[in-house]
Design a protein around this ligand. Structure first.
Ligand SMILES: NC(=O)C1=CN([C@@H]2O[C@H](COP(=O)(O)OP(=O)(O)OC[C@H]3O[C@@H](n4cnc5c(N)ncnc54)[C@H](OP(=O)(O)O)[C@@H]3O)[C@@H](O)[C@H]2O)C=CC1
Ligand SMILES: CC(=O)N[C@@H](CCC(=O)OP(=O)(O)O)C(=O)O
Length: 367
């Protein structure tokens, strides 16, 4: 039997400024770029018990030089060694794979400068849109790495599994697009809903905005209230429309309004080809049967954001609308887990050939 000390040592990711990690086929030496941000912290938390991951480097920008535990005290037992370093100080010869948790628009330049043998899961929006002109239009600047864009695979894991397995660079989906595409892609593929009448009323926790200080995200500004933002202009619209248009085989345009609250999309759809709310549920149940992280809830059960909090699960249900011929699809995830770092780890597991669910099967925390 292992001693308590040995057990602790076995589960801790080894983190260090100049740490040299041994290369092995079963272990990926991983650098987390942007580890001082929210998604970076979640990647470290989820990787802490992963048997095939050794953390080789953690980076920060303004926070570089601080110990990781100082920046994220809740991860103290996962960060007993080392400090945050600048990206320029990482020895990428000691790294096999990278989680890139950096702001969009800075990420393309940084990924372009990395050695080309590295496997990369990018959590930013920088490689999600296939058309670099659409990227420029929505993100306010030229794409800095169009050649890498061609290589990138969109990592909506349940729907792109085989492509992700072969990818070197995975563009991890945005949180809102994840809650919309998982339920709607199967329904559009089968022609069960109209492509011309999709209304998405979405909510995110404020952690979706990252850790950098912003007045609009202060507790006093957002607590005990709800507010819409990005009305008719949110940058996730082209990402959602790209995925839904692929599924429908024709252009899809959606009405989409995000709000600050907790990660849920309530989606209003028009039924087509004799479909009913029950047949939509049946289609989703069939499509996601055996999927470890997607659950279609029993008929009538309302998905709650609290029931997926801290987990990589996605809960979905379909309800009849009061108006005949329409249905309401509700999808909840934790925006930092299935909406970001959990899906990123799911993708990295596939890219590295590890079992897809490794490190990700923990249940939600409740209440
Ligand atoms: N939060 C969420 O729910 C989701 C976020 N995303 C995306 O993931 C990415 C990271 O988001 P999130 O963790 O929330 O963001 P945060 O603002 O919390 O963290 C950003 C990280 O990037 C570092 N950083 C900032 N600027 C630079 C730079 N110029 N060079 C190097 N490092 C830099 C920061 O370092 P420091 O703080 O030390 O300066 C920090 O570690 C973003 O692209 C975001 O859009 C995707 C899905 C969901
Ligand atoms: C609450 C909040 O501000 N959320 C972010 C979305 C975060 C996310 O998932 O998406 P990206 O990876 O595209 O940033 C926003 O609306 O811009």
């Amino acid at each position: 039997m292992k001693t308590a000390g040995a057990q602790r040592a076995a589960v801790r990711p080894r983190v260090g400024r100049k740490m040299v990690c041994k290369a092995s086929a079963d272990v990926a030496r991983v650098a987390v770029l942007g580890a001082s941000g929210y998604t970076g912290a979640e990647v470290v938390r989820l990787s802490a018990l992963h048997p095939n991951i050794t953390i080789a480097a953690l980076t920060g920008e303004k926070q570089a030089g601080k110990s990781f535990a100082e920046v994220f005290p809740h991860l103290v037992s996962a960060s007993n060694i080392g400090a945050l370093v600048k990206i320029a100080d990482v020895d990428f010869d000691q790294v096999d794979a990278v989680f890139c948790c950096l702001p969009h628009a800075t990420t393309q330049q940084i990924i372009k400068s990395l050695p080309t043998n590295l496997k990369i899961v990018d959590l930013s929006a920088d490689f999600r849109l296939r058309d670099v002109n659409t990227y420029a239009q929505w993100y306010g600047g030229e794409h800095a790495a169009p050649e890498l864009q061609e290589e990138a695979v969109y990592g909506l894991t349940e729907l792109k599994r085989e492509e992700v397995k072969k990818a070197r660079l995975v563009a991890n989906p945005g949180c809102y697009p994840t809650t919309v595409q998982i339920p709607l892609v199967p329904l559009l593929e089968k022609g069960l809903i109209s492509k011309d009448d999709i209304i998405i009323d979405a909510k995110s926790g404020v952690s979706g905005a990252g850790r950098a200080a912003k007045e609009s995200n202060l507790y006093t500004e957002i607590a005990e209230g709800i507010n819409a933002y990005g009305v008719s202009s949110h940058r996730h619209m082209p990402e959602i429309e790209q995925g839904l248009s692929d599924a429908a085989g024709a252009d899809v345009r959606v009405s989409f309004t995000p709000h600050l609250m907790g990660m849920q999309s309530t989606i209003y759809v028009k039924l087509e080809n004799g479909a009913t709310p029950d047949s939509l549920r049946a289609e989703l149940e069939a499509r996601y049967a055996g999927e470890p992280f997607v659950r279609i809830l029993p008929k009538g059960v309302v998905p709650h954001t609290r029931h997926v909090r801290g987990s990589n699960f996605c809960f979905i249900n379909v309800f009849p609308d009061r108006i005949a011929g329409r249905a309401i699809v509700i999808c909840v995830i934790d925006n930092l887990v299935k909406g970001a770092s959990g899906q990123a780890l799911q993708n990295l597991n596939l890219v590295m050939g590890f079992p897809e669910t490794t490190g990700l099967l923990q249940l939600a925390m409740f209440p």
